[in-house]
Design a binder for this molecule. Structure first.
Ligand code: NAD
Length: 354
């Protein structure tokens, strides 16, 4: 029997090429006039670009965003925001910068405008994962959802090919798990299928024309749709496993999603036949799990946990953590089953079409 909770939150999306020029007018609309501009150290040049566009409306920059939103870094950024009496944050970058923006804006109850530069999708979710003392905890609240998102396709042209692949597969994972989510609706199914089509069309198109804006637009559009899936329904085994691998074993976020996705799909496939046939149709392959694995191989993405720094000795502990708390997933989670999944993912074993 169907049973779900569906909330619709207000958020403004501006999508296009060259849309970064709208950052000033969009800040005015919040309304806000004293912005703290956030980025990672590697994207500091982009933060300066935003400061240049905002003029006196940018009161400070904090370019220390790092993955997994450590509380110590958030506290430093909160101090800067308070010292400068900021009434909004403008976060430019990937999920790490968006996470810091969410942490600062929700603590101070100030505006939040995001300019995403990857396909992580965090900018359209009310979810925040934070690390403290080596442990990552996630919370969801309406005030965590950013107020405005400016998607500027031109800003994604600097994303290296390898990161474009892993980031797009990270987005694909949101759409895949949305299709077998316990609280999926017709609306989220449509979003997920369109996200999968855009992402899977965009990647080969980008490889054929690395400087082209069309493929980048397709990928960023797919990233937005996939992010909306992530924000709308509960994620299952794949996201929980990646959360454990990233938060506890410090594996790189998007690359971990890329390795684990086909194995998590293969695990869930017997219990989610409808989702698997929708995914197979959307990616135009005979089978969903082996099809996604073949796609990642063709694109040159990472295919084993071993190659991204995971140690075989940690498989047991990761499996124990992954089944420690129960959550909705189409197939029952057993420690032995997850251990086998991780062994296959560690070695990069081929997924046999069933
Ligand atoms: P990231 O933000 O860490 O970015 C990866 C690297 O790419 C960084 O060094 C960054 O400076 C660089 N980069 C970003 N955009 C670039 C561009 N256009 N050109 C060149 N370099 C660029 O990684 P991510 O994968 O975007 O985000 C991962 C983080 O986001 C994780 O902490 C994850 O937990 C979080 N996340 C949260 C949610 C949520 O809903 N809460 C959703 C997805 C991801």
């Amino acid at each position: 029997m169907r049973s779900f909770v569906h909330s619709t939150a207000a958020q403004r999306i501006v999508f296009g090429a060259g849309t970064i020029a709208e950052v000033g007018p969009e800040l005015d609309r919040l309304p806000a006039g004293r912005a703290l501009v956030l980025s990672t150290p590697g994207q500091a040049r982009r933060a300066s670009q935003v400061t240049g566009l905002l003029g006196s409306r940018a009161v400070a920059e904090f370019t220390g965003a790092v993955p997994h939103t450590p509380v110590e870094v958030t506290e430093q950024a909160v101090d800067v925001a308070q010292d400068h009496r900021a009434d909004a944050v403008v976060a430019i970058g990937g999920g790490s910068t968006t996470g810091l923006g969410k942490a600062v804006a929700s603590r101070l109850s100030i505006g939040h405008l995001v300019v995403p530069t990857t396909y992580a999708g965090s900018e359209v979710t009310p979810v925040l994962g934070e690390t403290s003392g080596g442990e990552k905890t996630t919370r969801s609240a309406p005030d965590i959802l950013p107020d405005t998102v400016i998607y500027d396709v031109e800003l994604t042209t600097t994303l290296p090919w390898a990161v474009s692949v892993t980031s797009a597969i990270n987005a694909l994972a949101h759409a895949v798990e949305a299709l077998y989510a316990h609280d999926a609706t017709a609306e989220t199914d449509e979003l997920a299928i369109e996200a999968i089509r855009s992402l899977v069309a965009g990647l080969p198109a980008l490889r054929a024309d690395l400087a082209g804006l069309e493929a980048r637009a397709e990928l960023l559009y797919g990233g937005w749709l996939a992010g909306r899936c992530l924000g709308a329904v509960g994620m299952g085994l794949h996201h929980k496993l990646c959360h454990t691998l990233g938060g506890t074993f410090n594996l790189p976020h998007a690359a971990t999603h890329t390795v684990v996705l086909p194995y998590a799909m293969a695990y869930n496939a017997p219990a989610a036949p409808r989702a698997m046939s929708l995914i197979a149709a959307a990616i135009d392959r005979n089978q969903a799990p082996s099809g996604v694995q073949a796609l990642i191989q063709e694109l040159g993405g990472p295919t084993s946990l071993r190659e991204i720094g995971f140690a075989a000795a940690d498989i047991d502990r990761a499996a124990e953590l992954a089944v420690a708390r129960s959550y909705p997933n189409p197939r029952e989670l057993t420690r032995a089953g997850i251990t086998r999944l991780l062994q296959h993912a560690y070695a990069g074993d081929p997924i046999q079409p069933s």
